[in-house]
Ligand binder design. Structure first.
Ligand code: ATP
Length: 235
C-alpha cells in the first residue's frame, strides 16, 4: 500500500535520513522503533507531505506521491496524528475534529466517523466545547488521534501516540490502535514504547541514525537479543 524507496532527508547540511526503504501492506500495523534523533518523526512528516525528500520516492498503491502536497495526501487517505500536542490549541475540541474532516462532503460518513471517535474516546465527547489547549496532555493526544481519524484515513500515521501518558492511558491507546486496525485502517506507528508497539505490530523496522538496521515481524523483534538489549530495557 505504502512504499518508501531509498529516501534521504536533509535539514540544511544535516542528513537526518539516509537511503531509507520501507513498505507497509494493506491491513498491517507496521512499527518503526529507534532511539531519540534516529529520524522517526522526519520519516512520518515526509510520508504526510510536510517535509521534502532530498532523494528517493514515496509510493501510495504504486502511484508516486513524492511531490504531492500534504492536503492532497489526506484526500488520498494518508493522515498523520503528530507527536505531542499537535492539535489547534485555540479551537474547541469539536472544531479540532471538524478540521480533521476538512474537505469531506459526505455528511453521513462524517457523522459515522464522529460517532466512532466518541466511542473510542468518551472523554472527547464530554469536552466538545473546551479549548483544545486546555485539555490535559493525554487528552490532547487522544484528540490528535481522533482528529486524524476524522479524515477516514486508509493509512493512519501515529507518531508516538503514547508519549507522556500515564500507564492506564498507554494501555488504552494501544487497545484503540488495535481496534482502529481491526476496523480496516492500515497503521504506521512510531513508538518509544517498543515492547507494546512490537507486541501489536505485524512487522517492525529499526531505525538508527537515519538508516534501517533491522526488520522483521513484531514477534521476531521481541525475541531478538540485540533488540531486547537496545530497545526493550532487558539485557
Ligand atoms: P525523537 O524520538 O527524539 O523524537 P526522532 O527519531 O523522531 O527522534 P527526528 O525528529 O526525525 O528524530 O530527527 C532526526 C534528526 O534530524 C535529529 O538529529 C534531529 O536533530 C534532526 N532534525 C530534526 N528536525 C530538524 C530541523 N528542523 N533542523 C535541523 N535538524 C533537525
Amino acid at each position: 500500500m505504502l512504499e518508501i524507496k531509498d529516501m534521504s532527508i536533509h535539514y540544511g547540511r544535516i542528513q537526518a535520513i539516509d537511503g531509507l526503504s520501507i513498505t507497509v501492506e494493506e491491513g498491517e500495523v507496521v512499527t518503526l522503533i529507534g532511539a531519540n534523533g534516529a529520524g522517526k518523526t522526519s520519516t512520518m512528516r515526509a510520508v504526510a507531505g510536510l517535509l521534502s525528500l532530498s532523494h528517493g520516492s514515496i509510493l501510495l498503491e504504486g502511484e508516486d506521491i513524492t511531490k504531492l502536497k500534504g492536503h492532497r495526501r489526506v484526500q488520498r487517505g494518508i493522515s498523520l496524528a503528530p507527536e505531542g500536542r499537535g492539535i489547534f490549541p485555540a479551537m474547541t475540541v469539536m472544531e479540532n475534529l471538524d478540521m480533521g474532516a476538512y474537505g469531506r462532503r459526505d455528511k453521513a460518513g462524517i457523522k459515522e466517523d464522529l460517532d466512532r471517535v466518541f466511542d473510542l474516546f468518551p472523554r472527547i465527547k464530554e469536552r466538545l466545547n473546551q479549548k483544545g489547549g486546555t485539555m490535559s496532555g493525554g487528552e490532547q493526544q487522544m484528540l490528535a488521534i481522533g482528529r486524524a481519524l476524522m479524515s477516514r484515513p486508509r493509512i493512519l500515521l501515529l507518531d508516538e501516540p503514547s508519549m507522556g501518558l500515564a500507564p492506564q492511558f498507554i494501555r488504552q491507546v494501544f487497545t484503540i490502535i488495535r481496534q482502529v486496525n481491526e476496523q480496516g485502517t492500515t497503521v504506521l506507528l512510531v513508538e518509544q514504547n517498543a515492547n507494546q508497539a512490537l507486541a501489536l505490530a505485524d512487522r517492525a523496522y529499526v531505525l538508527e541514525t537515519g538508516q534501517i538496521t533491522n526488520a522483521g515481524t513484531g514477534q521476531e523483534m521481541l525475541a531478538n537479543p540485540a533488540i531486547k538489549e537496545a530497545y526493550l530495557g532487558v539485557a
